[in-house]
Ligand binder design. Structure first.
Ligand code: AGP
Length: 367
């Protein structure tokens, strides 16, 4: 194709290495460098008047939406409903005219998401789409588009589009919080600084490839893998499990860390590695005690953490990947990078067709 791999083994590897760049480019569009304030493009409705949002998307874009819900609820105090696009329509959720329909898609062509957009359109909500391909079917049918500046994504497994979606959703959450009167300038400055710091931190995350490869050697031997995370890191676990399934064909399941004891803990033995996202957030102690429960049952712990959590994680984990400690707000954006990289390295060890996994298409245009 016209776009080369620039010396990387696969497009996926190349695109993984574009995380710092695309996060930076997306921020450049949304943050005014002089005032360090989030400035969204002009919208045909006021965020201050939106009583409620419904988010819908498929696959990785859906997991980005789950993290977006976390931020919109936490920072903007906006009630948010979310569902996968292939199911949302059957629920026919009650929405009034001022509600916001928030759609997320890399391609802008996913049939399920487009159908959900059209169904939402009938209830006359405002349709705002977060899209990477800005000239797409979804773009044409939306009231407004927020672009992710990720550039073309060729690998079927999404990587850089995901962090770009999160960057846009983070900025949207800040703008919504301000519009709703839930954000003082000091807090905005704190959140924007955390975002602006991300490209450098993302480059630090990519530099952890040796530790990620060591983890990959354990995962590549497994038949089943359990991914765990809490709060905004639960969708990171879901993204990790999806990515592993997609490209390495190893069965993986993600569970909210606290939910493990309500069922899947019975699966745990030394043949089911546990991949946990456990950086030092306010939820760290709880996640760590869930990991201890798993270890006590013979579970092998492979843990993504940060410099602040590393000492306590090292006491229980068989292997760990240590990222810089960043503001809780942006932690999922940083932590997802090595989780995607793990799936990539496992697929390479397995010798699969990483960029074109079997049975999958880059954009799924059938319902
Ligand atoms: C991600 O790795 C997948 N290939 C898939 O889940 C994808 O995110 C989903 O099909 C949605 O695609 P879209 O963003 O183009 O709408």
């Amino acid at each position: 194709g016209a776009i080369g791999k620039d010396g990387y083994r696969h497009y996926m590897e190349k695109e993984l290495h574009e995380h710092p760049l695309v996060i930076g480019q997306t921020l450049q569009r949304m943050v005014d460098p002089a005032t360090r304030k989030v400035v969204l493009p002009e919208l045909p409705f006021s965020l201050a008047d939106v009583p409620r949002a419904v988010i819908t998307a498929c696959g990785s874009a859906f997991y980005a939406g789950m993290i977006g819900r976390y931020w919109l609820e936490e920072i903007a105090r906006l009630p948010v409903d979310i569902d996968v696009a292939s199911e949302l329509r059957y629920r026919n959720p009650p929405l009034d005219r001022h509600s916001l329909g928030l759609l997320i898609s890399q391609s802008g062509e996913t049939a399920d998401t487009l159908a959900a957009l059209r169904a939402l359109r009938q209830t006359a909500v405002h349709i705002l789409s977060v899209l990477n391909v800005e000239h797409s079917s979804m773009a044409r049918e939306s009231d407004a588009v927020l672009g992710t500046v990720a550039g073309p994504e060729i690998s079927v497994a999404s990587t850089k589009a995901f962090t770009a979606q999160l960057t846009v959703l983070a900025c949207l959450s800040i703008a919504t919080a301000r519009a709703r009167g839930h954000l003082d300038p000091l807090r905005e400055e704190e959140l924007v600084s955390a975002l602006l710091d991300l490209p450098t931190r993302a480059a630090d995350a990519l530099a952890q490839h040796d530790a990620v490869r060591a983890m990959a050697r354990v995962v590549a031997e497994a038949r089943d893998v359990l991914y765990l995370g809490r709060g905004s890191l639960f969708p990171v676990a879901m993204e990790g499990a999806l990515k592993l399934k997609e490209i390495s064909y190893i069965h993986a399941e993600a569970y909210a860390a606290g939910e493990m004891k309500h069922g899947p803990i019975s699966l745990i033995d030394s043949s089911v590695p546990i991949v946990a996202s456990a950086p030092h957030t306010p939820l760290f102690d709880k996640t760590l005690s869930n990991l201890q429960e798993a270890k006590a049952r013979g579970g092998r712990l492979l843990v993504f953490t940060d410099t602040k959590g590393a000492e306590r994680v090292s006491a229980i984990a068989e292997q760990m990947v240590v990222l810089p400690h960043v503001h809780d707000f942006v932690t999922p954006i940083l932590q997802v990078i090595p989780v995607q990289m793990l799936a990539y390295e496992v697929a390479v060890l397995k010798g699969t067709d990483v960029d074109q996994p079997r049975n999958l298409a880059k954009s799924v245009t059938v319902e």
